[in-house]
Design a protein around this ligand. Structure first.
Ligand code: FES
Length: 274
């Protein structure tokens, strides 16, 4: 059993941060890797990329947004409660390399995924610009942790309630215009955001990594649920990813696959709430 030792509600309770006892995972996990969690024996398997680890205390940090039945069930778990299963670390770790200057862009809960990657890129000697954004100030997460993980942090909100009034792509473009020697961009967030970021970085010919979140079941390359098309080839996000060259990803297909079960997901969530 994987006990929750610390719990925090963020973004007006729509996002929850859990520190979970998982010592074997905590000592092995690397930036970019994920775990699959189940709340109970009949629960759905939910993949979440770790936002942080504390190997000494044997803890991992996952941050999720409540978007449906399973994440709503997760939200009912309090400090002292346990997840039935936490499997991992899964997926390939981020290939952290020293390129000089990098820009890391995160939106929504993508910021949680981006956090250890940003810190890892800084720790090996890169100069790291970070750009994070949300719809409004109330929904922005991890500002302090991202400030500590980077050299310069730029904040954007769609409604202008905090930082730059506009999208993360505005600031991404600005950073790229002012720093012609950026060697890598890492962009993680909702699919439309990642696609828009890739369109910007393509214009500057900057290598761009994105972290994909297709539907997953086993997380070990067995079921084929997490198929994504990258550079015209079929890949499994759980073992070949979750990170891929953003300029090669077929975002249209990813979007279609993510929407495959929307009616069923809505029905299940409505039944859970009633
Ligand atoms: Fe089953 Fe990737 S989740 S193959």
């Amino acid at each position: 059993m994987f006990e929750i030792v610390e719990r925090q509600e963020l973004a007006q309770g729509t996002i929850v941060s859990n520190w979970i006892k998982a010592p074997k995972i905590a000592v092995k996990a690397k930036p970019g890797q994920f775990v699959i969690l189940r709340a109970n024996e009949t629960g759905e398997r939910i993949p979440l990329t770790m936002a942080d680890t504390d190997p000494e205390k044997g803890l991992i940090n996952v941050i999720y947004m409540v978007v449906g039945k399973s994440t709503a069930l997760f939200k009912t778990l309090q400090v002292g409660d346990s997840y039935r299963d936490v499997i991992g670390p899964l997926g390939a770790a981020t290939h952290l390399e020293k390129v000089g200057k990098v820009v890391c862009v995160g939106g929504g809960t993508g910021i949680a995924v981006l956090h250890p990657i940003t810190r890892g890129l800084k720790n090996i000697g890169n100069h790291v610009f970070a750009v994070i954004g949300s719809r409004s100030k109330d929904l922005l997460i991890m500002e302090d942790r991202m400030r500590a993980a980077s050299h310069e942090l730029l904040i954007c909100t769609d409604d202008g309630t905090y930082g730059h009034h506009g999208f993360v792509t505005d600031k991404l473009k600005e950073v790229l215009e002012n720093n012609k020697d950026i060697g890598l961009a890492v962009c993680i967030g909702p699919v439309p955001m990642m696609r828009a970021c890739c369109n910007v970085t393509k214009g500057f010919n900057v290598k761009t990594l994105v972290s994909l979140n297709p539907i997953m079941v086993d997380g070990t390359g067995m079921c084929g649920c997490c198929r994504v098309r990258v550079g015209g080839e079929m890949k499994f996000a759980c073992v070949d990813g979750p990170e891929f060259d953003g300029h090669q990803v077929d975002f249209d297909e990813l979007n279609l696959r993510l929407r495959s079960y929307l009616p069923e997901e809505k029905l299940s969530y409505d039944m859970f709430k009633s």
